[in-house]
Ligand binder design. Sequence first.
Ligand code: GLU
Length: 418
Amino acid sequence: MSDEANPFESLQSQIDEAANYLDVDGDVIERLKHPERVLETNLTIERDDGDLERFTAFRSQFNGDRGPYKGGIRYHPQVSRDEVKALSGWMTYKTAIVDIPLGGGKGGIALDPDDYSEAELERLTRSFAKELRPLIGEDRDVPAPDVNTGQREMNWIKDTYESLENTTEPGVITGKALDSGGSEGRVEATGRSTVLAAREAFDYLDKDLEGATVAVQGYGNAGWIAAKLIDEMGATVVAASDSSGGIYNSDGFDPVAAKDHKNETGSVVGYEESEEEITNDDVLTLDVDLLIPAALENAIDADLAEDVTADVISEAANGPLTPAADEVLEEKDVFVIPDILANAGGVTVSYFEWVQNRQRFYWSEERVNKELETIIVDAFDALVETYEEHDLENPRTAAYVVAIQRVANAFEEAGSWP
Ligand code: GLU
């Protein structure tokens, strides 16, 4: 399924590629290839049976030149220092391409949350929040959900922070439940930007989204919402997968019913509207108009990329293509909407949540969705302008050119400090 691409090296090669088109000093580029700091901490909690267990956790603060560090916290066995560093870098360029006044950060704990009870996860999350407390804050570093974390974990972190600080500061974290200071539209935001970006790309390429066929790899929060929204826009979702396998129906299926099936059984596999069970790799190489990778990094390596037949890819996941896969797809003229734009809806609505928390004034869902659409459309236009101006072959490079320039400007305008 995936090669051994190190995500941090992938990030650095994406920056190097864009640097060829930028008028930014090489020393500044060097700064923008490394995190400012990384916290590595060991958390020891008591299991329900009384045993102790140790977990390794990280928080990488990649860049704060444009505002407080911003980015999620994931719970996954694959979490490592390099993965978190890469993800925090991608956040930096994500907040820059959508031009919201935030920097980039990311955190994670290496574990499979399915192996732990809710009470154990609460103890672990609060223990991490305690370690994070001196580093985070609404003007310092604002975490959010990521893979296998959601409102529940964000509410725990907010409560731990506020209790220890003896204050109310809902803007210390985003992705909270509505009654705990969350924003309307936040849960759907990543999937929403993935399809808004796809809509813009289809329009740019003069392709019809109505009736277009779509395959979605990964049926978590981003993937299933993207499937639901693209179906509502008139496209036909023909395939979907999760870690247990994939489903396929050439006439399309109801993405919401497929999600209901996953909620009941743990997987999309076995869903009654599926004509055929297929593998994850099959989903990625199906002959569809639009492919949405919505799982983890490195889903498509160079070998698999040779077999990809989609015309457009909208990256709901972070880092789903290796740099070698990118080269193959560029040769094949596949239009790849990069993760830092396609999935930026999550952090954009996190930004709206943070604004609302600070103003103690809350917006309607309609307003959230409208402001999100404006931001994604503007970011896509900025990408296309640079793509055409430099005659680039890869929209990803265009996104990095725009984003790195913005971060470099903020750094250089700040002047020097001893
Ligand atoms: N985890 C999401 C991402 O990768 C959202 C981050 C946020 O809202 O800060 O973009």
